[in-house]
Design a binder for this molecule. Structure first.
Ligand code: GDP
Length: 178
């Protein structure tokens, strides 16, 4: 019979300049575009995956980076979201710390204790400037029951695609009645 259309609300988080917009644009257009505006926005993108119509709503968001509120995610964002992509740059230790706090914030929210989260170390092409080891990323993900990938939004479409598809699979699992 006809399968129902699936909607997935995905919140993209992380520090500034880690490549959140690059990742979004790569996913939506398969292209890498170097610079974008700073406007916070929700993008909708429909795709057919395994014969089923999927609508991704992607919220590329700006959350507090500094001060007491750093890493805090508002209730409005938390409520809207089915799954999270937390992005840091492998060349930027501070951005990794932002992701660490954001993971904590998500796992402390009652409704999101077991929500699907994928941690992404972006800019893998900049190995010579690496400041965060793969191991550290993997351990953080393991400790909070998150997925983990290192990718380069600049270099390849495939890695970005895998991140979104993996998150979609996890979201669909949470919706399957047990
Ligand atoms: P945002 O602030 O997190 O949305 O970051 P942007 O997507 O605007 O990217 C910040 C900067 O990093 C831009 O100059 C991008 O061109 C660059 N950038 C994004 N992804 C990559 C990547 O995978 N590798 C490299 N070398 N640069 C990247």
């Amino acid at each position: 019979g006809r399968e129902q259309k699936v909607e997935a609300n995905i919140l993209l988080l992380g520090a500034e300049n880690v490549g959140k917009s690059a990742l979004t644009v790569r996913f939506l257009t398969r292209r890498f575009i170097g610079e974008y505006g700073d406007i916070e926005s929700i993008y909708s993108h429909s795709d057919k995956i395994d014969g089923r119509e999927i609508c991704f709503n992607i919220w590329d968001s700006l959350c507090p980076q500094n001060g007491e509120d750093a890493g805090h995610i508002s209730d409005r964002h938390l409520e809207w979201t089915d799954g999270f992509i937390l992005v840091y740059s492998i060349c930027d230790r501070a951005s990794f710390n932002v992701v660490r706090r954001q993971v904590q914030c998500i796992r402390q929210a009652k409704s999101k204790l077991s929500a699907p989260v994928i941690i992404v170390g972006n800019k893998r092409d900049l190995q010579h400037r690496r400041a965060v080891s793969s191991e550290e990323g993997r351990l953080l993900a393991l400790s909070a029951d998150c997925g983990f990938f290192e990718i380069s939004a600049a270099e390849t479409y495939h890695g970005v695609l895998v991140v979104f598809h993996e998150l979609l699979d996890l979201i669909r699992e949470t919706r399957t009645p047990k």
